[in-house]
Design a protein around this ligand. Structure first.
Ligand SMILES: Cc1ncc(COP(=O)(O)O)c(C=O)c1O
Length: 373
């Protein structure tokens, strides 16, 4: 068989070999302790205690690892994975470069917790320019960046960072492993929130880290198991079940984003439209060279907070919610969360509704919202 396509990979990722009489995806294993072999103790079985050991979690890790092209460890949330990475790799006196325009809670954590232990934190905009990387221990990239959707050339940055002796991690939340494979582009680590498009049903929180380095994997595993930042068995099972449809979900989300972007590009009452899949977008050249597919997320400006509220209120298919990548189309006015964005800036996450319905609804809601005051 040729190299399997994305749909095939998603459907089969992490599943055990077929056994007659057994389910395709084994159900969640709910266990804190497991029976131990009285003579051999924990060495006598793969599972001893639920914090380090859970077979449902291991199947999910196998699935995500297959899709990212590395070994994976899952965490209780994206933040647990990212903070786990930062605290595993960084020591007092180290320097870390973080995205100035990426997920804001990472910056908040860095200034609250990393600077307090003597880690120097440098911020760089995703689209650059990047500072000198001499003496830097870790560069965390987020591409496309949330919420502004700038992108960075991961291979070029990884080459620069490695020449300076720095590690490179990529937050792959917005792209997902179907959208880009940072480890293939030269990154040492991938971190991501699986809460978003990876699982896509708006019903769980999840994070993960993937790497091809046995040493980094071991260090992160020790951290994860010692801090207990693990997802529960039911969430791990739900996530694995949801992964199977990622190709289909992302396909519709991207088609919807493309159609909505065309609509918004033609409206004089919408400014600042960003979607990396539009040839006019500043991210297009790098995104189309490095990404395997475009995200379902776009951003734009409606002028002021009131107009955003009127727009969402008038829409039948767009609901106000934070997060993104789910089945339902959602709009989030990012300034309300403290992002450094203008009051009318909206991150719109396209769901899997029918494209024509969504475009018609958004057009009607913009008309109903009227102009900004
Ligand atoms: C790019 C990015 N990284 C990480 C996170 C954190 O993920 P979680 O909310 O699962 O902790 C988010 C959440 O919005 C995000 O957008």
């Amino acid at each position: 068989m040729n190299e399997p396509g994305d749909g095939t990979r998603c459907v089969h990722a992490g599943l055990p070999e077929p056994v007659p009489g057994q389910p395709f995806l084994p159900g969640p294993v709910f266990a804190a302790p497991y029976h131990l072999d009285p003579w051999q103790g924990p060495a006598g079985a793969p599972n001893g205690y639920g914090r380090p050991d859970n077979p449902t979690r291991r199947l999910l890790e196998a699935a995500i690892g297959e899709l990212e092209g590395g070994d994976c460890r899952v965490f209780a949330s994206g933040q647990a994975a990212i903070t786990g990475l930062l605290l595993t790799v960084l020591r007092p006196g180290d320097t870390v470069v973080l995205p100035a325009d990426g997920y804001y809670t990472v910056r908040a954590f860095a200034s609250a917790a990393l600077e307090a232990i003597g880690v120097r934190v440098l911020l760089a905009p995703t689209a650059g320019p990047y500072p000198s990387l001499d003496g830097v221990r870790l560069v965390l990239l987020e591409t496309p960046a949330n919420p502004g959707l700038d992108v960075v050339d991961v291979a070029a940055l990884a080459e620069r960072a490695h020449a300076a002796g720095a590690l490179v991690a990529v937050d792959n939340t917005t792209a997902t492993p179907l959208g880009q494979r940072p480890l293939d582009l030269g990154a040492d680590l991938v971190v991501a929130s699986g809460t978003k498009a990876l699982t896509g049903h708006s019903d769980l929180l999840l994070g993960y880290l993937a790497t091809r380095s046995p040493e980094l994997l071991e260090a992160v595993t020790v951290w994860r198991n010692a801090t207990g930042a693990i997802p529960g068995a039911f969430d791990a099972w739900l996530a694995h079940r949801s992964l199977a449809t990622m190709d289909l979900r992302l396909g519709r989300q991207a088609a919807n984003a493309e159609a909505v972007a065309s609509l918004l590009a033609g409206r004089p009452d919408v400014t600042g439209l960003r979607w990396p899949g539009r040839p006019e977008d500043p991210s297009y050249a790098v995104a189309s060279a490095q990404m395997r597919r475009m995200p379902g997320v776009l951003s734009f400006d409606l002028g002021d907070a009131d107009r955003v509220a009127r727009f969402v209120d008038a829409a039948r298919l767009v609901v106000a919610a934070t997060s993104f990548g789910g089945l339902h189309t959602t709009a989030d006015r990012r300034a309300q969360w403290g992002d450094d964005t203008s009051p009318g800036f909206v991150r719109l996450s396209c769901g899997i509704e029918d494209t024509a319905d969504l475009v018609a609804d958004i057009a009607a809601a913009l008309d109903a919202a009227g102009p900004a005051s």
